[in-house]
Design a protein around this ligand. Structure first.
Ligand code: PRX
Length: 586
């Protein structure tokens, strides 16, 4: 092994799909990648055909496509079985009137039904809208209303959280369960499958420009935005799966993210299946023992997760993993938040693998800045631009900054994975492209002389907690709906485990006094309406919040400075009445 410490961490000497980074950059052409796909010859495009059906037609029908593990429950599906199941569910969708372009929402836990329901929608040209299983009523409603959802697939547990009658476009609710689990107006998907014959030719062909999946992402202002991706993204997703995740067809591939998040769909379904690997699905929540046991039981070779998860495993100490045989692991990747060098060192020392950080966003459709298994890692850097991707650090005028200077992390908008549009919101879509031809990420970073990019934070107030992007605006809006809360300002507070936690500063209405019971009630109010990850982990009651003198806007920057004992910077706009943090005590 050639692992070195210090500035560079050298790769393990193995054969990887991409061996020579510089050469790949110099000779790269996206058109060359297109030849991999059947549509290159046939002109008929469908993501699910490339992920499943073609493998069956090419003789790999018996190969394992899904290995699902949830405690003692285990299920396995071959590519042939998945083709048949997605055909079958798609046949049911069609029976209920789903046509090309219709929005089919899927609200299911991480299990095979969830993956099949998503793929079945895409197979018939519908737009899949997968929802994270932790969402509560309002998060679900916001998304389904915005998108005009026509059909929902859920189960009898999660389905109770969906305010079906408030979504006027919703025509059909399929319950992944038996008839006795359905409420009035709901249809048992399992009974439908027994009573219909799968149409093996149910697939609908489309074009590379057709939308196929929508993921909502929070912004620093306003409601979540629907990021629509087009079929063309498969070019980018296939190649990053091959070069960055290094997927080979013998691999057993485990991405820990739910397909409601973009990582869970792009690198949980498409990238591994476009590369014909076996996908492991783990049902249930994080638990160090069961995570290690998944690797052992399934023989996971490639593992894609997030820094908070690695830190949680590190916190278990150095003994736990010794109870498991983790020798199958050969490649580990991370995304969503800064990967601290300690985590990389821990993985080398304890698991004998490097962790490869990757950077991308819901909007970007796939990896843009990455660490390749064949290349040295600079701990603290997110890696280098994927070949075919142009990354630059731009100043406020859109001019490129010299290496070493911090500026806006931007990407040339000329690659296949970039989002097609923001659903129903062309202005928001345009706002990502203030400089001709460049996508502006909202992240701040610098580049070194070798092209390695170092993340420096967001340039808006977005909070990143355990890899999930949280809008302070959304949390504040919810907080002030609670009768006791008169005003609210929300920030991300640095946290050793989660990167950041949500911290809320509130002013109570005149009739309320702070108490731990009241603060817990307020926290639960956010949790039960939005989701657990949006709920503030800390709430502090202040006499007044810092606001701008003219518009009365809450100055989160000042709250953050108070919290971190930093200089709040330019406070000339600050309302003179609120110059200090005065806590209200019970
Ligand atoms: O701030 C960056 C952070 O996550 C944001 C994108 O969040 P989301 O759209 O939810 O997608 C997450 C996974 C694709 C980015 O703007 N982020 C993502 N990857 C990294 C990161 N921050 C630091 N290091 C990363 N590797």
């Amino acid at each position: 092994m050639t692992l070195a410490y210090g500035n560079l961490i050298q790769p393990l000497q193995r054969e990887h799909h991409l061996q020579d980074y510089q050469k790949a950059v110099e000779s790269f052409n996206w058109q060359d990648v297109e030849q991999h796909f059947t549509w290159y010859k046939t002109g008929k495009v469908n993501m699910v055909y490339e992920c499943l059906d073609r493998h069956v037609y090419e003789g790999y029908g018996d190969k394992l496509a899904i290995h699902y593990i949830n405690g003692d429950i285990e299920e396995k599906y071959t590519f042939a079985q998945l083709k048949q199941k997605t055909d079958h569910v798609a046949t049911v969708y069609k029976k209920y009137g789903i046509q090309k372009g219709d929005r089919v929402f899927i609200f299911l836990p991480k299990n095979p039904d969830c993956y099949i329901a998503i793929l079945a929608a895409i197979k018939i040209g519908a737009i899949a809208g997968p929802l994270f299983e932790g969402f509560m009523e309002e998060s679900i409603k916001d998304r389904m209303l915005d998108c005009g959802a026509k059909l929902l697939v859920t189960d009898h547990v999660l389905g109770k959280r969906v305010p079906k009658s408030t979504i006027p476009t919703l025509e059909t609710v399929l319950i992944a369960g038996e008839p006795e689990q359905c409420e009035a107006g709901e249809i048992s998907l399992y009974a439908e499958l027994r009573n219909t014959v799968a149409d093996a030719n149910v697939i609908e062909w489309g074009t590379l420009d057709d939308g196929f999946i929508i993921h909502y992402t929070s912004g620093s202002t306003g409601k979540p935005k629907g990021v629509l991706h087009r079929q063309k993204a498969m070019i980018h997703q296939y190649l990053t799966g091959k070069w960055v995740c290094d997927v080979k067809e013998d691999d057993v591939y485990w991405c820990t993210s739910h397909p409601g998040w973009v990582t869970g769909s792009v690198y949980g379904l498409y990238a591994p299946w476009l590369n014909r690997a076996t996908v492991v699905i783990h049902g249930g929540r994080f638990d160090a023992d069961s995570w290690y046991s998944i690797i052992e039981k399934a023989g996971v070779t490639i593992w894609y997760s997030a820094p908070t998860a690695f830190r949680m495993l590190m916190a278990e100490g150095e003994q736990l993993h010794l109870n498991y045989d983790l020798s199958s692991l050969r490649h580990v990747l991370s995304v969503g938040e800064p990967l601290n060098p300690e985590a990389i060192r821990w993985a080398i020392e304890e698991l004998n693998v490097r962790i490869h950080d990757t950077w991308w966003m819901t909007e970007t459709g796939g990896h843009l800045i990455v660490n390749f298994p064949s290349q040295p890692i600079k701990p603290g850097s997110m890696g280098r631009a994927f070949p075919g991707i142009t990354v630059a650090i731009l100043d406020e005028d859109g001019q490129e900054l010299p290496n070493g200077e911090i500026g806006q992390l931007c990407v040339k908008a000329d690659y296949p994975g970039l989002m097609k549009e923001i659903w129903n919101n062309p202005e928001k879509f345009q706002s990502y492209f203030p400089y001709e031809g460049w996508y502006v990420s909202g992240d701040m970073a610098y580049k070194d002389d070798e092209g390695y990019i170092f993340f420096q934070g967001r340039n808006d107030d977005m909070i990143n907690s355990a890899g999930e992007s949280i809008s302070p605006f959304e949390v504040e809006s919810k907080l002030i709906e609670h009768p006791a809360v008169a005003e609210a300002g929300v920030i991300g507070k640095p946290d050793a485990l989660r990167g950041e936690i949500v911290k809320a500063f509130i002013v109570l209405g005149p009739l309320y006094k702070p108490s731990s019971a009241l603060l817990e009630e307020i926290r639960l109010f956010v949790r039960n309406h939005l989701s657990a990850h949006n709920a503030p982990r800390e709430i502090e009651v202040l006499e007044q919040l810092p606001k701008t003198r003219i518009s009365g806007k809450i100055m989160r920057r000042v709250l953050k400075a108070w919290e971190l004992n930093l200089d709040p910077g330019d406070t000339s706009q600050l309302d003179g009445g609120v110059l200090a943090r005065v806590a209200v005590v019970s």
